[in-house]
Design a binder for this molecule. Structure first.
Ligand code: 0RA
Length: 655
């Protein structure tokens, strides 16, 4: 085990507490992978790719790299190739081995030896590429640098082939191929969409950086190429691509700025913001620090919001654009239909919060506020026509807010949002302990009838919904809340919504969405999920929302009673293959819950010991927000299309 620091540059000093890790070898990583990559699940498997790519992106941020290629090979090994400077190959002054070997075999030596101002891997992720090496059953590194091509191989963090020169080249760059260790990871199968979305996001955040993703596991390899000359402006356009934007505002507002040139290291930073309003009602603001998605927001987001509210109220007042001269527009009014990306860079970002996804560096609030305030006032002064349209929307939002407040007060007076008067349609259960009880939300009266007969009435309640529920993304809050179906839902659940939401008042700890396995069922499910996402998000966070899985088929052997329930098409193929001869069995397809008798519905879908429930979690906020917008936005045709083609696919809420 090494003592003291791995290298003696000043940069390492800023790692502070994490210096302790330097004392450990790669064995520690293999013993406790979770400490280094969070988890050994699929998320951890993908983390290996981010770790390498982040290093390549650092090269790009420092101005040395323009291209990153990521390839998934048929055996789920991964190659990441970049045209950066290449990992140094010269002998390391302290360690008497090639620097390449140091970087790959010694923990935390991944931190660059130079002084790039901003690093992706400088923050919470930056465990170093040695961690990828430790968790790979094999890794091959190939470096072009100093006129040569060099290669070196490892297995589970140990050198298996010393570095050797294998050719000559005037180019520079690094190519890492690794085979994740299947004795460590729960799965070694890479998910294309996960790689796609993250790499696309990285490309948006790094203007003109060209990233390609190739999947060689397909018969015909699939390739996607991401390169955005507009950077985060293109990101905002992309997020709004399924929405109608304000008519005169087809070009997002772009603002950038940086700290004073003489600011000390601890106060340095750059801020980039892109803003565009659409005609919808929800807010889609995403913030990043050094390319890391700050899901919990933080100082940069606070600075942005404060600037937006202040500048817009000042402008509106001085240009007589306020409907009510005395009342300010509230932040919420200004952010209705707002899509924005806030991307900041800083040398030593501090992350805090539950998932370390909140930027804590407080000077970034002041800096972001200052830069956004200046940029936004300039924009409004120079674009009075756009300003008029934006403020018209904000005034409408303010009016909607006041109407919603009235509607809520009225409903509260009627006691509708309280659990006092439960909806007539609800067949409640007898047990009152919410931890034990379940509410089945069922599509249609007939399936509702079956479910009521089938259920265990002590702990299972049933709420049939008539017809489609309102698309809450497309209407303002006061309309959503005055819909009968939605009121029934809110009342039955008991928590209230929005500011009044109170998780402890939930009348059931399992809310089970049970819809038909067809396009209409999928549509209703998506609408319900959108409702929960917008108005009762803590229910999702608490793990209270589920989707039932009714069987799609029943396969019956000829001449025998009973049969096997089948839940997926893959399973059907597997089961049918056991018979070979199609004349020996029949397949019944269940199109709707109503086709099952109560006994069948109970044993296949509702009975706790047999059923399959899928828990709804929000894993990827970007995918969720985007899918909700895609599906629920103002463009009806696209929505129909999407629902037809993705009828069974509700992965956007990572079910
Ligand atoms: C150590 C030092 C330098 C660059 C790198 C590592 C480096 C690592 C990776 C991982 C993937 N691609 C990479 N590219 C570069 C600085 C090199 C210099 O000062 O010339």
């Amino acid at each position: 085990m090494a003592t003291g620091k791995q290298n003696d540059t000043t940069k390492e000093a800023s790692y502070g507490a994490s210096d302790i890790k330097i004392l450990e070898g790669l064995e520690a990583v293999r013993k406790r992978p979770g400490m280094y990559i969070g988890t050994t699940s699929s998320a951890g498997l993908h983390h290996l790719v981010w770790e390498i790519v982040d290093n390549s992106v650092d090269e790009a941020m420092a101005g040395f790299c323009t291209k990153i290629n990521v390839t998934v090979h048929p055996d789920n090994s991964i190659t990441v190739e970049d045209n950066g400077r290449g990992i140094p190959v010269a002998k390391h002054p302290k360690r008497k081995m090639p620097t390449l070997e140091v970087v790959l075999t010694i923990l935390h030596a991944g931190g660059k030896f130079d002084n790039n101002a901003y690093k992706v891997s400088g923050g919470l992720h930056g465990v170093g590429i040695s961690v990828v090496n430790a968790l790979s059953k094999k890794l091959v590194a190939r470096v072009k640098r100093d006129g040569g091509i060099y290669e070196m191989e490892f297995a589970r963090g140990k050198t298996t082939k010393k570095m050797e020169q294998v050719g000559k080249s005037k180019a520079t760059g690094t190519t890492i191929t690794f085979w994740p260790d299947d004795t460590i990871f729960e799965t070694t199968v890479y998910d294309y969409d996960t790689l796609h979305d993250r790499l696309q996001e990285t490309a948006f955040l790094n203007k003109n950086l060209k990233i390609t993703l190739t999947d060689e596991r397909e018969l015909v390899p699939r390739t996607d190429e991401f390169c955005y000359a507009g950077g985060i402006v293109d990101f905002v356009k992309y997020l709004n691509s399924e929405q109608k934007v304000l008519e005169r505002c087809s070009q997002p507002i772009y603002i950038e700025g940086k700290s004073d040139p003489d600011a000390p290291f601890t106060q340095k930073g750059e801020v980039e913001v892109a803003i565009q309003w659409n005609q919808g009602y929800s807010e889609h603001v995403m913030s990043f620090a050094n390319d890391i998605y700050t899901e919990e927001g933080g100082m940069h987001l606070e600075g942005f919001r404060a600037a937006l509210t202040k500048v817009m109220n000042d402008y509106a007042r001085s240009h007589k654009l306020l409907k009510d001269k005395d009342a300010n527009l509230q932040g919420n009014d200004l952010r209705e239909g707002l899509t924005a990306i806030i991307s900041v860079k800083l040398p030593d970002p501090q992350f805090e919060g539950q998932t370390k996804a909140k930027l804590g560096s407080s000077y970034m609030r002041t800096l972001t506020n200052k830069i956004v305030s200046q940029g936004l006032s300039e924009y409004f002064e120079e674009h009075p026509n756009q300003a008029k349209e934006i403020f018209k929307k904000a005034n409408q939002a303010a009016r909607g807010r006041m109407a919603a407040q009235k509607a809520r007060q009225a409903t509260r007076r009627k006691g509708l949002l309280e659990s006092a008067s439960l909806p007539g349609k609800l067949a409640d259960c007898s047990v009152r302990d919410a931890e034990m009880t379940e509410l089945f939300i069922v599509e249609g009266d007939s399936a509702g009838g079956s479910a009521k007969m089938a259920r265990d009435r002590s702990i299972q309640a049933v709420l049939p919904l008539r017809g489609k529920i309102l698309n809450v993304e497309r209407v303002q809050e006061h309309r959503a809340l005055s819909s009968d179906t939605i009121q029934a839902l809110i009342t039955a659940i008991g928590t209230g919504v929005d500011q009044e939401f109170d998780l402890s008042k939930a009348r059931y700890h399992k809310i089970v969405i049970m819809t038909d396995a067809d396009v209409d069922g999928a549509h209703i499910r998506i609408l319900l999920l959108t409702f929960f996402y917008r108005y009762m998000r803590p229910m999702i966070d608490a793990g209270y929302i589920y989707v039932a899985q009714p069987p799609l088929y029943q396969l019956k052997p000829k001449g025998r009673k009973g049969g096997k329930y089948i839940y997926t098409d893959e399973e059907l193929a597997l089961e049918a293959a056991k018979y070979e001869d199609p004349s020996r069995y029949t397949v019944q397809r269940y199109k709707g819950l109503g086709e099952m008798d109560p006994e069948q519905l109970w044993s296949t879908t509702m009975e706790p010991k047999n059923r399959i429930l899928l828990k709804v979690t929000i894993d990827d906020a970007m995918a969720a927000e985007r899918a909700v917008a895609d599906l629920m936005g103002t463009q009806v045709e696209k929505r129909k299309d999407f629902i037809q083609t993705h009828a069974k696919d509700v992965r956007f809420l990572d079910i």
